[in-house]
Design a protein around this ligand. Structure first.
Ligand SMILES: Nc1ncnc2c1ncn2[C@@H]1O[C@H](COP(=O)(O)OP(=O)(O)OP(=O)(O)O)[C@@H](O)[C@H]1O
Ligand SMILES: [Mg+2]
Ligand SMILES: [Mg+2]
Length: 300
């Protein structure tokens, strides 16, 4: 098959691994920087161009679109979808997952357990909002944050009010969330590929931090997940419409709670910790689902 990986940086670990895995399985792979793609949004013959040349038809496209370029990156992916390429994560699902608020609302509608979360627009309601999620300590998050940046633990009510006001002053969209203390700075990342959780790690925050993100100095080990955690991870990914997802779960006293679903989960930490070749499993999922040679004829 002809496969394109949409990534800003071909030297990134996940990108290299996907390329290797696809080539090893006999596919032709090209890495394309989404910001260098430009397109003709034409109803009869949509086309994609790259650095002065018209791109061929790809049987599948693997999006590795960073959160900084979601808007243009998903537009590029959408164009590939229009041209009949199989996307390993659809553009609409990526857009959904990038908005934590929208994701939580969708999951709540499906009955998936979540930390109590509130959001408000008006600064007049801050006090009631804090009350609504059970008071301090609580977590304040940027709706579009990633890698733990923009996630703050407010230990007291006063701290919570200042943090909320500060974010508001910057015109940032935030949500306020119950702090799951009993998780003790740990969370479980379940890596979903298709209809399976293929790997899971437990991440522990570094001393003095409550955020377990590996980018924030967290350490990982292989996680033994319960059947319920497995089921919740699969339901969360399918609610978002994602083929590949990193589902983050907090182990609370009332059972597993989904904290978020990541549409472009990094492979380095989880592959190194578990020794599982996730890149190959992703390519195999494409082989099972893409229709090589299929090309949508719009308007024909
Ligand atoms: N409500 C909460 N209770 C306890 N810990 C939390 C809570 N929310 C977040 N955390 C901790 O903070 C970390 C970062 O939060 P979150 O995953 O929401 O942010 P992110 O910036 O989207 O990270 P990612 O890089 O995984 O996308 C989590 O991995 C978890 O360890
Ligand atoms: Mg995230
Ligand atoms: Mg996270």
């Amino acid at each position: 098959m002809k496969i394109a990986v949409l990534s800003r940086d071909g030297t990134l670990w996940s990108c290299k691994r996907l390329r290797e895995a696809a080539m090893r399985r006999g596919h032709f792979v090209e890495i394309l920087d989404p910001l260098s793609c430009y397109m003709n949004i034409n109803p009869l013959s949509p086309s994609m161009h790259y650095k002065g040349r018209k791109l061929p038809h790809y049987d599948a496209v693997i999006p590795r679109i960073g959160s900084a370029i979601t808007f243009y990156g998903t537009a590029v992916l959408r164009q590939f979808e229009m041209m009949g390429s199989y996307p390993l994560n659809e553009s609409v699902a990526i857009t959904r997952a990038r908005d934590k608020l929208r994701s939580l609302q969708l999951m709540a509608r499906q009955g998936i357990d979540l930390p109590v979360t509130g959001i408000a627009h008006s600064p007049d309601d801050t006090s009631d909002l804090i009350e609504m999620v059970g008071g301090a300590p609580l977590v304040v998050k940027l709706v579009e944050g990633t890698q733990g940046i923009g996630v703050v633990l407010a230990e007291t009510r006063q701290a919570a009010e200042s943090v909320i006001d500060a974010f508001r002053g910057l015109n940032a969209h935030i949500l306020v969330q119950e702090y799951i203390k009993e998780a003790k700075g740990r969370d479980v990342r379940c890596l979903v590929v298709g209809d399976r959780v293929v790997a899971a790690i437990e991440r522990q925050a570094k001393e003095g931090d409550f955020r377990s993100n590996l980018h924030r100095g967290g350490v990982a080990r292989v996680a033994d997940i319960t059947p319920r955690e497995r089921e919740i991870a699969l339901r969360a990914a399918s609610t978002m419409g994602l083929d590949v997802a990193g589902v983050d779960i907090l182990r609370s006293d009332r059972g597993p709670l989904v904290m978020e679903v990541n549409a472009s989960p990094g492979l380095e930490g989880i592959e190194n910790t578990t020794g599982i070749d996730i890149a190959t499993l992703m390519i195999q999922w494409i082989e099972k689902n893409a229709r090589p040679g299929f090309c949508l004829k719009i308007g024909g």
